[in-house]
Design a protein around this ligand. Structure first.
Ligand SMILES: [Zn+2]
Length: 334
């Protein structure tokens, strides 16, 4: 019989707002879309030709998120998905500069998403924070503009800064000033690395921008010295198994490094990356890890506690969530 992890409380740290539009919300915003067209436009194929091919689907979501009303609908839609998936706490991320085509300023974009999140948190009971992303192909000024937004909204639901998009095609150099700015202002950072490129990309990211967490980082397994350094510096890896298979980082789930990284004692979490683009839920990711590596509730509790330790929320919030998480597992194992 298939094991279900649906009812376990979960923490998700790596989740792109623009990669998570359900068919229902697209149907609402566009006035109708069939399942076949939805899958073609919003979901990456199981055999995507790599990260750039996978990322093409994000553009479809971004195109529909250009007004205050649409940003609000998409945010509420995601929280409803999180509620159904028993997410206790989520860190949602997006790149605000991508949402100005309808005339909104970047400040207004962030403001609308923060306000929608506040309402959605109250309505669903899912606690959440927002991470603002700069993108690899941005120039230094765009990256700095995003960093300044993170500073302006510091103390609201905006809790962190990230760099996303194609690491193989664009270097980090034009983003160093933005990361220096957010670090000097005490804003926590994460960074996509070690996904399309190998361990050297994680090294470069650690040395040049010193984030608290790495998005993916799954190819760190290629370098034992890097594994030691990640442990020594308490760097948390946000791992997205299905996404890594779709972007061909690994040929199969059984070849994925997550189980080895777990055994090495690396702090890591399980994430979807994007619920539409990866065509998954966190419950489904847990089921895949159960089937592939025999992971049980104890593995998931361990990962979720690591995720809360590495979360960008304040300590009182984390303490409250930690208690709710442990109680949730206790009830299930009773
Ligand atoms: Zn990502």
């Amino acid at each position: 019989m298939a094991v279900s992890f649906q009812h376990l409380p979960k923490v998700e740290l790596h989740l792109h707002l623009d990669c998570s539009l359900s068919r229902e919300v697209v149907h609402l915003l566009e006035g109708g879309i069939g399942q076949e067209e939805y899958l073609r436009r919003f979901v990456a194929p199981a055999d995507a030709a790599g990260l750039p091919d996978y990322l093409l689907r994000a553009l479809e979501g971004i195109r529909l998120m250009q007004t205050s009303e649409h940003l609000r609908f998409v945010t509420f839609d995601l929280f409803e998905q999180l509620r159904k998936d028993h997410i206790l706490y989520a860190e949602i991320r997006f790149a605000p500069l991508e949402h100005t085509q309808g005339g909104l300023s970047p400040w207004e974009v962030v403001s609308h998403v923060v306000n929608a999140m506040s309402e959605a948190i109250a309505k669903t009971g899912v606690e959440a924070r927002l991470i603002l992303c700069t993108l690899r192909h941005y120039d230094a000024a765009q990256s700095m503009e995003t960093a300044r937004l993170a500073r302006e909204f510091q103390g609201s639901l905006v809790a962190g800064f990230d760099i996303a998009a194609d690491e193989a095609a664009h270097p980090l150099d034009q983003h160093l000033e933005a990361f220096r700015f957010v670090r000097e202002n005490g804003i926590p950072c994460t960074a996509h690395a070690g996904e399309a490129k190998g361990a050297e990309s994680v090294w470069e990211t650690l040395e040049k921008i010193a984030p608290q967490r790495i998005g993916h980082g799954v190819r760190s397994i290629e370098d034992p010295d890097l594994i030691s350094t990640l442990k020594l510096r308490h760097i948390h890896l946000e791992i997205c198994p299905s996404s890594n298979i779709m972007t061909r980082v690994f040929p199969s789930f059984s070849a994925h490094s997550i189980d080895q990284l777990f055994r090495h004692g690396i702090s890591l979490s399980v994430n979807t990356d994007g619920r539409a683009i990866s065509n998954t839920t966190l419950s489904e990711e847990y089921e895949i890890l159960h089937r592939t590596f025999g992971w049980e509730e104890g593995h998931f509790l361990h990962c979720n506690l690591n995720a809360l330790d590495a979360a960008f929320a304040d300590e009182p919030t984390k303490a409250r969530l930690r208690e709710a998480l442990v109680n949730g597992y206790r009830v299930i194992s009773d």
